[in-house]
Design a protein around this ligand. Structure first.
Ligand code: FES
Length: 368
């Protein structure tokens, strides 16, 4: 059914954003989740902990792309790896869980993403991490990087799952807690645990989260940095709880795997915040080549570019992953979802082509 490995070399994407990686090892983490580790390419894959890879597959003659967070740390793990949890009816996640074996080669886009931070041996930070389900994946890379690079920093991880069997990296987290006793605390919260479970149970609501956060204090540390990654409900609860505790926005780094872009567009439309939808001619500079094409009313810049066979980079098509990031050189766009961009990227004029529509007739975008 799948012809993933039949792609001829000349059909692969060109440019320095793309790469082929050979699978070294596949580890079953839980019933519905695998980690896929790759051989290091030459030169080694450069990435920051918390970033993601975009996997490009040809399934039933159609190109599909999905982003998966790296579960590894470039500071502690010799081989980069991603973790993939099955999604109900998910074409790619099920394919990767069922069919990927050592020795296979996957085409990828090089690592991207802003869910990361810099580390320094002199830092004295309290990292507070809240993860749900597969949201642990990027957090695992950041957590290991912080432990090895910042001997004076401490980490509290609150990790939510349905049951014991669904805890990804359970054993690895236990081992890290032993090795870094006093510096890493892992608090599991299970919504439907077995009767033997001694930890937190039920939904992690605002009051439980507040109590948990307030119970851990490290007065000797200089600053607190929050990382949040998981289902939308958990992320919203965590962000609003942190806001209610007076936590500054710039202390919170979050990564979302889901957005309802259509609902957002409707809301912006009703609020009169979008330009009238018109067909507009735009200019895109991609890898040194200049393209002119029309973006029909209702289409995004990425959709129109792909319709015109412009090989624009993309992955999630939801404004979350930044694979389609470009810089607005002139004109105006309506960007429906900008969750993947940092505030400073937005200030510098970066836009996401998958969630942007031209809002003036002089739009020029440069994709580097
Ligand atoms: S393709 Fe992911 S943000 Fe545009």
């Amino acid at each position: 059914m799948f012809n993933l490995f039949k792609k001829k070399k000349e059909e692969n994407h060109l440019g320095d954003k793309y790469l082929s990686l050979k699978v070294r090892e596949v580890v079953k983490e839980t019933e519905d989740t695998v980690s896929i580790f790759f051989e290091q390419p030459e030169p080694f894959l450069e990435y920051k902990p918390g970033q993601y890879l975009t996997v490009i597959l040809d399934i039933q003659g159609k190109e599909v792309r999905r982003s998966y967070s790296l579960c590894t740390s470039p500071f502690t793990d010799p081989h980069p790896g991603i973790t993939v949890k099955r999604v109900n009816n998910g074409l790619v996640s099920n394919f990767l869980n069922d069919h990927i074996r050592p020795g296979k080669t996957l085409e990828i886009m090089k690592p991207l993403g802003n869910f990361t931070c810099d580390f320094h041996s002199k830092n004295k930070k309290h990292f507070v991490m809240v993860a749900g389900g597969s949201g642990i994946t990027p957090i695992m890379g950041i957590l290991k990087s912080a432990l090895i690079n910042e001997p004076n920093s401490k980490i509290t991880l609150i990790y939510c799952n349905r049951s014991e069997e669904q805890i990804i990296f359970h054993k690895a987290l236990n081992q890290l807690e032993d090795i870094y006793a006093g510096r890493l605390i892992v608090i599991h919260n299970l919504s439907q645990p077995s009767s033997n479970w001694k930890g937190l149970k039920g939904r992690l609501d605002a009051s439980k989260l507040k109590d948990t956060l307030e119970s851990i204090h490290y007065p000797e540390l200089d600053q607190i940095q929050y990382f949040i990654c998981g289902p939308e409900g958990l992320m919203n609860t965590t962000v609003s709880t942190l806001e209610s505790l007076g936590i500054d926005d710039n202390q919170i780094i979050k990564e979302s795997f889901y957005t309802d872009i259509e609902a957002k567009e409707e809301a912006l439309k009703s609020a009169g915040k979008l330009a009238p939808e018109l067909s507009r001619e735009i200019e895109v500079v991609l890898e040194g080549e200049t393209y002119h094409f029309e973006v029909p009313a209702g289409k995004t810049i990425l959709e129109a570019g792909l319709d015109h066979d412009v090989d624009m980079p993309y992955s999630c098509q939801s404004g979350l992953c930044t694979a389609c990031r470009g810089r607005l050189i002139s004109g105006k766009v309506d960007m429906i979802e900008d969750a993947g961009l940092s505030a400073s990227e937005i200030e510098q004029g970066y836009i996401l082509c998958c969630s942007s529509k031209p809002a003036s007739s002089d739009v020029k975008i440069k994709i580097e």
